[in-house]
Design a protein around this ligand. Sequence first.
Ligand code: CTP
Length: 400
Amino acid sequence: MLADKHVLLIIGGGIAAYKSLELIRLLRTAGARVTPVLTRAGAEFVTPLSVSALAGCKVYSDLFDLGDEAEMGHIQLSRVADLVVVAPATADLMAKMAQGLAGDLAATLLLATDTPVLMAPAMNVRMWEHPATQRNLATLQGDGIAVVGPNAGDMACGEYGPGRMAEPAEILTAVEMRLSDGPLIGKRVLITSGPTHEPIDPVRYIANRSSGAQGTAIATALAALGAEVIFVTGPADVPPPAGVKVISVQTAEQMLQAVQAALPCDAAVFAAAVADWRVASASASKLKKTKGGLPALTFAENPDILRHVSQMKKGRPGLVVGFAAETDDVLANATAKRDRKGCDWIVANDVSPETGIMGGTENAVTLITETGAEPWPRMGKDAVAAQLAQRIATALGQGA
Ligand code: CTP
């Protein structure tokens, strides 16, 4: 799967560095060549000898090592690979990357590289949740750096929560997605996913039951076929997919802005369950109970993102796919929705509570195209995603 691929692996200084040894083994078993870079802090957790023994080559660690500069300069080192992987990406390393600092070899390589970067954060849960780290994360994602993990669980420091580095096998999958030779290499695909939250006041909002599972699965499947995926997500229950560009939003209006900023693209899949209405003027302070009265909420219509993009005169994606979540007359409603919105395909599904689809792991969809309706058997959301991704690849391959 990774034959002829070259990974530059930067190992930061965290307890999770021990997992990076297993990652090197998995990458090499998959056929990749691995050039390791061990930070000074990383060397406190794993030895240069074990890293180089597993990688089967020299480990780089010092910016001012003249031997290295003679053999291979730091700029050249930053460009040798097809992908730079930072695992573990510590809070300190993330902060350096977000700031553009270049005080050591790892930070310099990350600033100098023109190669895609995938990072696997690992740190204490409080450090991960700290606004500074979250700011850095948003900056790095905005810079196009892909992120895998962190996962939630028991931590080496005795606390519990998100911060554990993704498992080596998960990081391998994310690497394979970035480096696959699939049919969507060179194609840029936009996906909206999850619900939107429309504020009533600073503490209350209007939302829906979408978990984001189907959109996440589609993003994963498209990335696995080699697409560059831009994933615009509302506040979902499931973690965002690995190895894709994630743009997090809350409201429909923010989602529209993020979608417009992400265009142009070859295909766009609108899997988000966007709230149709927002409160016309959300209160800046918490609404209080008042004697003898209920708050009167006035609604305003949200922008229809799918219709807006489908009907763009200039810069419309070659293939626009919408979803139709219906509870009655699924086919008739979904077919009418395709015409009304102007999209190319509609993936229709019955979200009546008794189907267990919304928030569940399975989906039973009907694909509606210009040639008619094609019912697919009920299957896992991952399988629906894989099938849809294949269809998208075929359509784009035929010049959609
Ligand atoms: N959609 C969108 N922006 C909106 C509403 C919906 O982009 N403001 C997209 C959804 O992502 C989905 C499709 O439009 O791909 C249909 O969404 P759905 O909620 O089923 O339809 P509605 O537009 O809300 O139509 P209706 O109220 O008639 O069901």
